[in-house]
Design a protein around this ligand. Sequence first.
Ligand code: IMP
Length: 177
Amino acid sequence: MIYFVTSNKGKFVEAEAIFGDLVQKNIGYTEIQADTLEEVASFGMNEVVSRLQGPVMLEDAGLFIDALKGFPGVYSAYGQKTIGNQGILKLMEGVQDRKAHFRSVVSYAEPGMEPVMFAGEVHGRIGHEARGTKGFGYDPIFCVGKMSLGEMEIVEKNKISHRAASMKALKNWLDKR
Ligand code: IMP
């Protein structure tokens, strides 16, 4: 059993499909404003690991759009809350280069253990409209092949996603220990 500290149900169900024995802990932690997802995850982990008696993981993710020089990136939560998917589509109006990637960093620790981190990415492009009602956040505007992540079932998203990649790397590491 692992505690997954997140308030995001969407993240939790994706992680649960990979790990099985997960418990969601919606206990909140400080998400610092930093230049990298690693810094955000590492600061958060230091805060929660002493509060939970057991194996704990947390994850920080972001959407990086090439034509916007990586924006929203580490500001993805703020971008989603403020301008949202429609705002991103507006910024991308008339933009030819629609390449973007999601990046995920997962941090894992047990009491008394130095945290470990694993990263994952998925490359795709920003669509011209929001499509699909599955998933969460930027999923409807991020396309891989012909489909947006918002049109994919969790099993399909988990074959390609940034989160699936970082979490499968963690799972591998745990299984090999
Ligand atoms: P955080 O990792 O919770 O800080 O996520 C930052 C922002 O990116 C939030 O607004 C999320 O909704 C969004 N986000 C994170 N992961 C995904 C994803 O897999 N699909 C779509 N949006 C995501």
